[in-house]
Design a protein around this ligand. Structure first.
Ligand SMILES: [Zn+2]
Length: 182
């Protein structure tokens, strides 16, 4: 535990739960470390345990299983909307699809699309919608952006759609990225 008192995960193997392992670990941590207070991120199942030890809830954190991808808040830290749109097009996933409705195949496919599209962007030296610190545009041609809205879908040449969604703009191809929530 670092000096700021952040307890980074306390887990007990399922076969050893209920034997006081966490209690004794916590007893030691709380007495041995000279910190004024201890904070942790506890799961809902672990919440009663920490509360029984006098911890109180600072703020509720939402872990959204059925969340949506494109919002003003990033679902994947580091993968912003501008990047994610091309990834979703490559994966054939509608930006409003619920994460909880993804099949295993779609998840695997999405992961490989994240890797390949980010790889292409890196190789191209960034996106052409952004400039580097020397004012040069990247060499990666962004497939979905306001610049390509008129030229149509790079895959099927169909009409692209721009919508406002949760405080931002989203672009997608309705034929390549059908909205299906199973
Ligand atoms: Zn298309």
């Amino acid at each position: 535990m670092p000096k700021n008192g952040y307890l980074d995960r306390l887990c007990v193997h399922k076969d050893y739960q209920g034997q006081g392992v966490a209690t004794s670990l916590c007893d030691r941590l709380e007495t041995r470390f000279p910190v004024s207070h201890i904070t942790t991120h506890a799961s809902l199942t672990a919440k009663p345990f920490f509360e029984s030890r006098g911890y109180r809830l600072l703020n509720e954190q939402h872990v959204e299983r059925k969340g949506v991808f494109l919002t003003t808040e990033q679902r994947f830290p580091g993968i912003g909307n501008g990047v994610l749109q091309d990834i979703l097009l490559a994966a054939g996933i509608h930006p409003k699809r619920k994460i909880g409705t993804f099949s295993d195949l779609e998840q695997d496919n999405l992961l490989s699309c994240i890797i390949s599209v980010l790889g292409d962007m890196t190789e191209g030296g960034g996106r052409d919608t952004e400039k580097d610190i020397f004012g040069r545009r990247g060499g990666y041609r962004v497939r979905l952006s306001k610049n390509t809205l008129v030229s149509g879908c790079p895959q099927c040449r169909g009409q692209l759609v721009k919508e406002t969604y949760m405080g931002g703009s989203i672009y997608y191809c309705p034929s390549c990225q059908p909205l299906v929530n199973f």
